[in-house]
Design a protein around this ligand. Structure first.
Ligand code: NDP
Ligand code: 8X3
Length: 253
């Protein structure tokens, strides 16, 4: 079997988009899955589908809001040994000037993208340290490398992910634990639908005139990064659709 066969992979935000695609691709590689998100019904459906297609793997689901620190800590006690953690849960709310961003939108982004990622990491990393083994793959964004107008808080939250990932790389340099960050450009998922609070037309217009990435494109990258030999750490990757050059630079037909 391949290197990922039988590995226990925890994915946050596995109910949609990149996280869901990661679940499918790790299942294909023979990994056991720990799938978490707030929408448990979606996770159950995915579990049923994956277990019937891959009878050799075990899939567990966890209804988990990563913002809820004590719930994350309590749930993590049932995870068992996590070999790979994919910190993927995240979102953007709105596309607004700084002075127009509500406290609720700001808190939602920072509590999910930054604090949520820290909560999950804090609940899994001690076990990895004890076993001197494990891989944490954080989903950042081009938005973390480059701020853009009307994206201040989201960009800041992803810049925080980049800083946290870098610090973790130092903090684990004397261990066999791998720390990676994958930074996607434009990926067509429910991301824009969430950003524009369910406005489908506005969400669709984001992807007009070019072929964006889809969840599978990033999942293939995540599985590639996770599947390198134990001594190889792909610390960072930036993944664009072919007609994207920077956070807000696209060529549209
Ligand atoms: P989706 O909206 O399709 O998926 C987001 C996932 O995050 C869902 O499964 C959602 O599950 C989960 N999530 C959101 N809030 C919480 C929470 N509080 N607790 C637990 N899970 C949560 O978007 P994407 O797949 O595109 O987004 C995945 C990651 O990729 C995010 O971190 C995003 O910032 C990043 N990214 C996306 C890009 C894009 O263009 N799409 C580009 C660069 C990075 P549920 O609602 O069920 O809880
Ligand atoms: C998502 C990419 O540019 O829409 O992280 O913020 S962007």
């Amino acid at each position: 079997g391949g290197r990922l066969q039988g590995k226990n992979v925890l994915i946050t935000g596995a109910s949609s988009g990149i996280g869901e695609a990661c679940a499918r691709h790790f299942a294909q590689a023979g990994s056991n899955l720990l799938l978490s998100a707030r929408r448990k019904d979606r996770l159950e459906k995915l579990k049923g589908e994956l277990e019937s297609r891959h009878p050799n793997i075990k899939v567990s689901t966890f209804e988990l809001d990563v913002r809820n620190r004590s719930k994350v800590q309590a749930t993590a006690t049932t995870f068992g040994d996590v070999d790979v953690l994919v910190n993927n849960a995240g979102l953007v709310i709105g596309l607004d000037k700084l002075e127009d961003i509500s406290e609720e939108a700001m808190d939602t982004m920072i509590d999910t993208n930054v604090k949520g990622l820290v909560h999950v990491t804090q609940s899994v990393l001690p076990g990895m340290r004890a076993r001197n083994k494990g891989h944490i793959i954080n989903i950042g964004s081009v938005a973390g490398q480059q701020a853009y107008a009307n994206g201040s808080i989201y960009c800041a939250s992803k810049a925080a992910v980049a800083s946290i990932t870098k610090a973790l790389l130092y903090e684990t340099v004397d261990t066999a634990i791998r720390i990676s960050e994958i930074n996607p450009g434009m990926v067509e998922t429910e991301f824009s639908l969430v950003r524009f609070r369910g406005d489908k037309e506005r969400a669709d217009s984001v992807y007009k005139g070019l072929q964006p990435l889809d969840g599978n494109d990033i999942a293939e990258t995540v599985v590639f990064v996770a599947g390198r030999p134990d001594h190889v750490n792909i610390a960072e990757m930036l993944v664009f659709p072919v007609n994207q050059a920077a956070a807000t630079t696209f060529h549209r037909k």
